[in-house]
Structure formats: structure tokens, C-alpha cells
Design a protein around this ligand. Structure first.
Ligand code: COA
Length: 324
């Protein structure tokens, strides 16, 4: 029994906002943003909702998988930015697609959300509870960023990526070969975002803002240490070496973080495709959008070994090794 991704899809909003565009509304520059992050542009939702982007990405993944929405029996939405708290994203996608036979729920593991969803689905499918699952990372982070804070708002974008994951009879070199995930809530406040405060007659209100707040340097240190270690563990769990991995698809927070991870793993940057130049950091959507773009570009060959890795708020991290 193996558990395999059989379709991918992605969607971004129409509006493309360049670093030059941002320099007209903020005290920033293309030079500052690009040299520190690798980001040139990002797409920002104006009319699109998280659920619409998620459903578009999911529809594309279903077409590639040659499955109908009714064939799906589990939908997991990974998001920190659902359009509404109730109903959740996965149920909204179920409604839009007409996936009437699915159980649907959301998880929030921030930028690691897609990896955590993949891990959950792997367990469900391997144990025979479900056959075909849809996992979606979808965000409209532009609703959570303070557009007067140049230290954070330039980093993020909006979009969605999806994958259809199925149990099949292929041998042990196909599908999900190894996975690790972890969390460190103790350091969680280095990247946070407040929610609506408790609002009842018995509380005094706190003063956490409902915007992303980040200690960039702490997050950077966490990422360059934890991500290569998680990848090395997942590769070992898959009984492979990093030299045998064809592609490393990492969360697209920052080009320098990816370069540092490549260096620590002793692997060339050619194995690390990136799209943050055009997409920015889209939290839970980054990894599945990159996977879809690389998949559709024809860069992945049958039999390739691929690493997916996410990291972010929580703090959380996850890595998976796939045999394609
Ligand atoms: N444009 C111009 N100047 C900016 C700016 C912007 N968009 N954002 C911050 N600055 C300024 C700061 O105000 C500061 O100015 P000062 O020295 O006069 O006080 C200066 O640039 C340096 O700020 P700092 O925050 O120390 O920059 P940095 O070198 O740490 O780079 C990040 C900031 C965010 C790019 C970097 O810390 C980083 O990439 N961290 C990881 C973040 C991440 O990946 N988060 C998501 C994880 S999922």
C-alpha cells in the first residue's frame, strides 16, 4: 500500500503588486525587499475569497487526478485566513465543488499546514479509513497584514494550492516515503497574530493587535537551523540520502533561508526551485503552489524523489519525502 499525490492545482488572485507598487505606498524599495527576501511581486486578493481560490486550485487538482468531486471522501483545508470562522474553509470548498461524500475540516499549522495535512491524510489513507483525499493550503494573508508595517506587509501574498492524495497498490518506492513534523509552542510569540479579543462583561481587554507581528531575525534563525534538520530526518526515515533527492520544494518565505538550507544539506541550488520572486510568502499555500507549478512545468519525472518542507508560526515545521 502506498499513499500518493495524483493531482495538483493552484490559483492566485488577478492583482499583481510589485515591489515598485509598494514603494509608492510605503517607505520601502525594490532593492531592500529583493536583496533581503528574493521577492519581486505578489498577488493580492481584491474580489477573490480564500474559498474561491481554494476551490479553483482543488478543481484543477481533481482534473489532473481524473476524479470527480463526488469521489473525494476527505477534504482538509490548511489555512490561517479562512473567509469566516464558521463554516470553515474545507466545508466551503465542499459546497462549491459539490463533494457531497466527503468529511471536511480545517487545520491551522500556519506555513507548515500543507505538510501537517499531508501527514494526517497519510495516516487516514494507510489505515484504510478513506480512499481519496483532497488537501488544500489557501490563504488571503493580505487581510492579516498591517499595511503600514513595512517590516511585514512586503513579505506576504495571497493564493491557494491543492493536491489529490490517493491510496494505491504501488510499491514502496512510490508515494509518501518518509515524514517528520514538529512544533515549539514555547517560541510561538516570535511570529504571532491576535484574534478578536474575548468580548464578555467579565474580561479586561488585552492589547494584542489583529495583525501579523514578527521578530524577523528570530524566525530566520529558527528556519535555517530547523528546516535542514527536519529534511535530513525525513530523508533518513525514507531510507535515502540527500544526494538521491531530485528536488527540494521548500516553503517560500525567503530566498536566503532556502540558500542556507541548501548549503547545510550540501546540495546545489538547482535542486531547489523557487517561486517567491512572483508569489511572496503565502503561508500554507506556498508549498502546494510551488509543487503544482513545478509539476505542470514538466520538471518532475516519474520515479523522482522529492522533498516538501514547510516551517513557520507555532512554531511548526514538517518535511515529507515523496517517490513520484
Ligand atoms: N523596506 C525598507 N526598510 C525596511 C523594511 C522595508 N520593507 N522593513 C524593515 N526595514 C528596515 C527596518 O526598519 C530597519 O531599519 P533601522 O535599521 O533603521 O531600524 C532595517 O530595515 C533592518 O530591519 P531588520 O528587521 O533588522 O531587517 P532584517 O535584515 O532582519 O530583514 C527580514 C528582515 C524580515 C527580511 C528577515 O529578518 C527575514 O527574512 N526573516 C525571516 C522572516 C520570515 O521568513 N518569516 C516568515 C516565516 S514563515
Amino acid at each position: 500500500m502506498s499513499v500518493k499525490i495524483i493531482g495538483t492545482g493552484s490559483a492566485v488572485p488577478k492583482l499583481r503588486v510589485t515591489n515598485e507598487d509598494l514603494s509608492r505606498i510605503l517607505d520601502t524599495s525594490d532593492e531592500w525587499i529583493y536583496s533581503r527576501t528574493g521577492i519581486k511581486a505578489r498577488h493580492i486578493a481584491v474580489e477573490e475569497t480564500t474559498a474561491q481560490l481554494a476551490a479553483e486550485a482543488a478543481g484543477a487538482a481533481l482534473s489532473m487526478a481524473q476524479l470527480a468531486a463526488e469521489d473525494i471522501d476527505l477534504i482538509i483545508g490548511a489555512t490561517a485566513t479562512p473567509d469566516r470562522l464558521l463554516p470553515g474553509l474545507a466545508c466551503e470548498v465542499q459546497r462549491i465543488l459539490g463533494a457531497a461524500h466527503a468529511a471536511a475540516f480545517d487545520i491551522n499549522a500556519a506555513c507548515s499546514g500543507f505538510l501537517f495535512a499531508l501527514n494526517i491524510v497519510n495516516a487516514y489513507l494507510r489505515s484504510g479509513v478513506y480512499q481519496n483525499a483532497l488537501i488544500i493550503g489557501a490563504e488571503t494573508l493580505s487581510r492579516l497584514t498591517d499595511w503600514t508595517d513595512r517590516g511585514t506587509c512586503v513579505l506576504f501574498g495571497d493564493g491557494a494550492g491543492a493536491a489529490v492524495v490517493a491510496a494505491d497498490g504501488a510499491g514502496e518506492t512510490r508515494g509518501i516515503l518518509g515524514m517528520v513534523q514538529g512544533s515549539d509552542g514555547g517560541r510561538g510569540m516570535v511570529l504571532s497574530c491576535g484574534n478578536r479579543p474575548l468580548n464578555n462583561p467579565y474580561v479586561n481587554h488585552g492589547n494584542e493587535t489583529p495583525y501579523v507581528d514578527m521578530n524577523g531575525q528570530e524566525v530566520y534563525k529558527f528556519a535555517v537551523k530547523t528546516v535542514p534538520a527536519a529534511i535530513a530526518q525525513a530523508v533518513e526515515a525514507a531510507r535515502l540520502t540527500v544526494e538521491e533527492i531530485d528536488l527540494f520544494l521548500l516553503h517560500q518565505a525567503n530566498y536566503r533561508i532556502i540558500e542556507a538550507a541548501a548549503k547545510r544539506l550540501g546540495q546545489p541550488m538547482e535542486k531547489f526551485p523557487t517561486n517567491m520572486q512572483e508569489r511572496g510568502n503565502i503561508s500554507a499555500a506556498s508549498v502546494p503552489i510551488l509543487l503544482d507549478e513545478v509539476n505542470r512545468s514538466g520538471k518532475i519525472k516519474e520515479g523522482d524523489k522529492i522533498v516538501l518542507a514547510g516551517f513557520g508560526a507555532g512554531l511548526t515545521w514538517g518535511a515529507a519525502v515523496l517517490g513520484w
